[in-house]
Design a protein around this ligand. Sequence first.
Ligand SMILES: Cc1cc2nc3c(=O)[nH]c(=O)nc-3n(C[C@H](O)[C@H](O)[C@H](O)COP(=O)(O)OP(=O)(O)OC[C@H]3O[C@@H](n4cnc5c(N)ncnc54)[C@H](O)[C@@H]3O)c2cc1C
Length: 472
Amino acid sequence: MTEMKSNILVSDLKAIVGEDNVSDGIYERIGYAGRGVADLEDYEIPDVVVKPSSAQEIAEIMKYANKHKTPVVLHGSGTSLIGSSRPKHKGIVLDTTRLNWIDINEDYMYFECGAGVRCIDVINALEKRGYMLPTNPGSKIIASLGGIVACNTCGHMVDPYVGKPVDNVLGLEVVLPTGEIIETGTKSVCRPAGIDPTRVFAGSEGILGVITKIRMRLMPKPQMVYIAAFFKRVESVARSYLRMYKKKAPLPLYGEFVGTTLARMGFEHKGLKPPEGPITLVNSTGRTSEEAMQNAGIMCEIFRKEKPIDICIFKEAGGIQEKIWHIRDWILFYLQKKQARSLGVEVTVALPHLVEAMLELHIMHETSPIFKDAEVLTYGHIGSLSMHRTFPIPTSWPNDKRREAAMEIARMEREMHLKYEGCGKEWGQLGTRTRFFKMKYGEATYSMVMKLKKALDPNNVLNPGVLQGGNL
Ligand SMILES: Cc1cc2nc3c(=O)[nH]c(=O)nc-3n(C[C@H](O)[C@H](O)[C@H](O)COP(=O)(O)OP(=O)(O)OC[C@H]3O[C@@H](n4cnc5c(N)ncnc54)[C@H](O)[C@@H]3O)c2cc1C
């Protein structure tokens, strides 16, 4: 874009959202490009960053973008792990952080919020009134609820227990790519039967519209009992969860897995005796503490069948329990510190394959010439049949090698998902995963999504490139 055109773009946007809410400073624009400076191509640096505060302002921006065929990339907090919020063309980055209000309505049993509000702020506001937000990603401290609903992730929580956001969102306000503002859903805690446009946008990964307001049902926070079960082998943990499902046992709200290496490091970090093998951390729930305890008893019986090294039950949160559970959150900080950069896979499998897939996950890197001898770490949400492995990508590697490594990681993830009949449970399906989407669901399904996109966004101005995917 020429300097003159860029100046016009900036001043037109200032007329819509106000002088202070538009930035064309180079540092801010690079910040929104979502990659290290060394990896950036010029076309990935947006022309301008804009921070609207209402659906009306966003509608004006979208109409402007259509008129001038200018790409608009949505930015909740930019934590997408599959590059969905990374600009792939010059144009406008639309940051939703000013849509940051929350309103709890106990008469109707829902809360409403702006799409830019941080997940942690919603969690805290709800907990004060005895409610639970039915999603909890590791990025909750910065991730926006709009980004979470757009990705349709319940984070670490067990899906079959709590559902996805799409199961709990009652309605949305959405600005269509062409600038019309629509409302979906009703104010009832019952959602519409039949066609429900809420479902079109919750989980649409930002390609079909800009979510500006979210209405979600209030979910009472259950009572919890905490179980830490220590095992010698990963397959014992996997077999326990398989049994939990097969025996129709009450499912936990969280069923986390920490591999041996990370568990040892985490326990040492907390000043606790390192475990011999992998551990699983479980939150059993109930309407009363007695019910939560009863359910915990059933889970422990299941774990005992696999002859665990130890099982610890905590009736209340705090003390040692808090230290151990904090290890699961600490992993992310550890990885960022230790492996200056790392890339992860997210492998979610079908139930009959759980044990085999867990075993393969632990050796999958051995098939890769790049990662054969790397320190590859495992953790994840085994209660949801979903696991992570992270692979170190040293910053000292040249760009070509890092790209090759990223492709290798994407290949391994793809192969696991095809073999074990799963797909990403958390981070989304498009972005760098489009190739897998086509392989798994076929060209006809992909073409159907393309047609939907074309119908709603005829000029392809909203998040262009996400549906086309990267070259991983
Ligand atoms: C350290 C770390 C830990 C993480 N842990 C988890 C985890 O445990 N579980 C998990 O699921 N994910 C996790 N993630 C990934 C990421 O945080 C989530 O996918 C989150 O939902 C993205 O929220 P965001 O606000 O950052 O969205 P962004 O990254 O800004 O956007 C993500 C997608 O949503 C779209 N979008 C954003 N806002 C809107 C809107 N208002 N309307 C329409 N579309 C919109 C964007 O276009 C993009 O496609 C983690 C990421 C990091 C960096």
